[in-house]
Design a protein around this ligand. Structure first.
Ligand SMILES: [Zn+2]
Length: 489
């Protein structure tokens, strides 16, 4: 079992249960903030000693006392939880003497202790990412220092690990009298809206093991995401292995701005063409209207809160529709093709070009690439990312002639050398397919496996492209627009 996957259900809590869920979200935020506070205080204490010029021994002790790791943060939180700082009570005894009783954090018994611990885990991860980013050990955009979380009535989440003992597990899906339910420790059995059958079956057959659950609050909604370790996908739906030194069968996937995806083989046969739903474009007018409504309302007023809620719901709807659609497209692609070639899109570079940002964001190409990669990995298929500088759009897929300029308006590729006339996106897809056949040799296609290890977006950043990449670094044609003339954001 090596595959991790997530099942997401919409929760249908009772009023009491939503109160309990909200309390856990608050506790998770509190634990996170408190851990960060303890960490910062310890760091400040160490710095103060340096300023005061304390002796080396004291300074060393203070430095070692700064909690950085998850365990030291959990320990610091647990110590604090039971301390006088977290809670105390004044008692007046019979003789009129006042005594202080240390109670510790008063409400700690009302929430699952694990939820608090996960807050410490998040702080340690945030600190680790920040230090790695600062020392250059982490690629990608700069990671800032963890910040305190604010209260938010329409967001937040908490997480718990699954504990097992024999056949028993702390997180369970479905009960005898309600199959559409999830049982969580301390919170009880919550109804879910979707069918849980697939997950229940996988667990019953030993094909899946629950690792953890994350409960997320949205706008008047609750979700649960259950992460499981699952068995390999059924061999029947896996792609058969290619014989060694077989370099054929590659299908290029071009990201069009008119069509979201155009897939084609080297000889120019189109295997798939998908139009993007203009979710964002259609919803954009509505979004502007809702955003204007928010800014018109007085800060801190009830009306503003309502308007904010409306806007948040709109965003949620757009995101859900887009995500559903992307899963459909990536499924379609990996079901019918065992070898796919994607462009190495410098997404940050494109996103810094304002004119294009919306179109690319709408098409959500990065997310699609991520899905294609992991799904192909599950099915034993292959994915390679074409070289960033490969001019897939400007090259003639028949004779290989490379055009110097190709404007975005030219929807058809017409070759001045051999007279080829082919749809622009299909031409690019065919070039990608040809590139893969020429650049991979049978067993050498480990690229797909490597890429599958993480999101493709990270893979794109391997040569140090960050958010500050100039637009001109992407070939203007790959970006699909005369980039030099467009103002960089
Ligand atoms: Zn040509």
């Amino acid at each position: 079992m090596a595959r991790h996957t997530t099942f997401r259900f919409r929760l249908d809590p009772t009023v009491e249960q939503s109160v309990a869920l909200a309390r856990h979200v608050g506790a998770a935020r509190f634990a996170y903030n408190q851990c960060l506070r303890l960490h910062l205080d310890a760091r400040e204490h160490h710095r103060a000693l340096i300023r005061r010029g304390a002796d080396a021994d004291t300074m060393d002790r203070a430095r070692d006392a700064v909690p950085w790791s998850r365990f030291s943060l959990i320990n610091a939180l647990n110590r604090w939880k039971a301390s006088e700082d977290a809670g105390r009570r004044f008692l007046v005894t019979g003789g009129g003497v006042t005594q202080v009783e240390v109670t510790g954090l008063a409400w700690r018994g009302e929430v699952l202790a694990e939820v608090l611990e996960e807050g410490a885990v998040d702080v340690s991860r945030g600190l680790a990412a920040w230090t790695a980013s600062r020392s250059g050990k982490r690629t990608g955009p700069r990671v800032g220092h963890p910040r305190f979380k604010k209260k938010n009535h329409t967001a937040g989440s908490f997480r718990m690990r699954n504990r097992t003992r024999g056949n028993w597990s702390s997180i369970r899906v479905g009960t005898a009298d309600c199959l559409r339910s999830v049982t969580l420790p301390k919170i009880g059995t919550l109804r879910v809206q979707e069918d849980t059958r697939r997950l229940r079956r996988m667990i019953a057959n030993g094909r899946a093991r629950i690792l953890q659950a994350t409960i997320t609050r949205g706008v008047r909604r609750w979700w649960i995401s259950i992460t499981v370790e699952a068995a390999e996908v059924h061999p029947a739906i896996q792609h058969p292995a290619r014989p060694a030194h077989d370099t054929t069968g590659w299908v290029g996937v071009d990201r069009g701005l008119h069509a979201l995806v155009v897939a084609g083989t080297r000889d120019g046969t189109e295997t798939l063409r998908v139009q993007a739903p203009k979710v964002l474009a259609v919803g954009l007018r509505q979004q502007r209207r809702l955003a204007r409504a928010v800014s018109r309302k007085k800060r801190g007023s009830m009306g503003r809160r309502k308007a904010t809620t409306r806007l948040a719901r709109h965003h949620l709807r757009v995101r859900d529709t887009r995500q559903r659609f992307l899963h459909q497209v990536s499924n379609q692609l990996v079901k019918t093709h065992d070898r796919l070639v994607l462009e190495d899109l410098n997404i940050t570079g494109i996103m810094s070009n304002r004119r294009l940002a919306r179109a690319v964001g709408d098409a959500a190409w990065g997310e699609l690439a991520r899905q294609i990669t992991y799904k192909q990995h599950w099915r034993n298929g292959q994915v390679v990312i074409a070289d960033r500088w490969f001019p897939s759009s400007k090259t003639c897929s028949s004779c290989g002639h490379v055009k110097k300029v190709l404007s975005l308006r030219e929807r058809t590729y017409t070759c001045g050398h051999c007279g080829l006339v082919r749809d622009r996106d299909l031409n690019a897809a065919a070039n990608l397919a040809a590139w893969a056949e020429d650049h991979t040799r049978g067993e050498e296609v480990q690229d797909g496996d490597r890429q599958a290890a993480g999101p493709v977006i990270n893979a794109c950043r391997r040569d140090g492209t960050g958010p500050h990449t100039r637009v001109s670094e992407t070939s203007p044609d790959d970006a699909g627009t005369p980039a030099q003339t467009a103002p960089a954001a």
